[in-house]
Design a protein around this ligand. Structure first.
Ligand code: 4NP
Length: 152
């Protein structure tokens, strides 16, 4: 079982998008029983809220099923609970390190660092560009899945 937690600032746009995109990629390969995939926020700002409607619409447009998401905040104990905790941008990584109290096992990563074009996934909450966020997250998840199926 490979356990992956995606993390962003609010847990209503980028990290639930990544959660549902990776779940669908895994399902299409018949690998669902081998994965546990979830998402969380670094802030408590959106606690309990559903995925932001434009993010849901974009996923549905792309044929990615969306579950009954409610935003939660990452907790210190998540560090032990997951094999990889994957943030969307450099700010997320700083906050994740603070919540986890360090990264002794090298589990904290940035999504696009799995690709050949590392960088941040721009926050569509601020940019309004859900197409760009989707494209970045989808290529990040493809690269992540290749990494996981090659190395684990
Ligand atoms: P996300 O976007 O981190 O991709 O979920 C955000 C959503 C809400 C807020 C910030 C970022 N907010 O501050 O409310």
């Amino acid at each position: 079982m490979i356990r992956v937690l995606f993390v962003c600032l609010g847990n209503i746009c980028r990290s639930p998008m990544a959660e549902y995109i990776l779940k669908e990629m895994v399902a299409r390969r018949g690998l669902t029983p081998q994965f546990y995939i979830n998402s969380a926020a670094t802030s408590s700002e959106e606690w309990g809220n559903p995925i932001y409607p434009p993010a849901r619409r974009k996923l549905q447009e792309e044929g990615v099923p969306v579950g009954d998401h409610r935003a939660v905040q990452m907790m210190a104990g998540d560090y032990a609970r997951y094999d990889l905790l994957i943030g969307m941008d450099a700010n997320n990584l700083r906050a994740m390190r603070r919540i986890a109290g360090g990264d002794p096992e090298g589990k904290l990563r940035r999504l696009l660092d799995f690709t050949d074009r590392p960088g941040d996934v721009a926050d569509p909450w601020y940019t309004g560009d859900f197409d760009a966020a989707y494209a970045d997250i989808a290529r990040g998840c493809e690269a992540l899945l290749t990494y996981l199926t090659d190395t684990k």
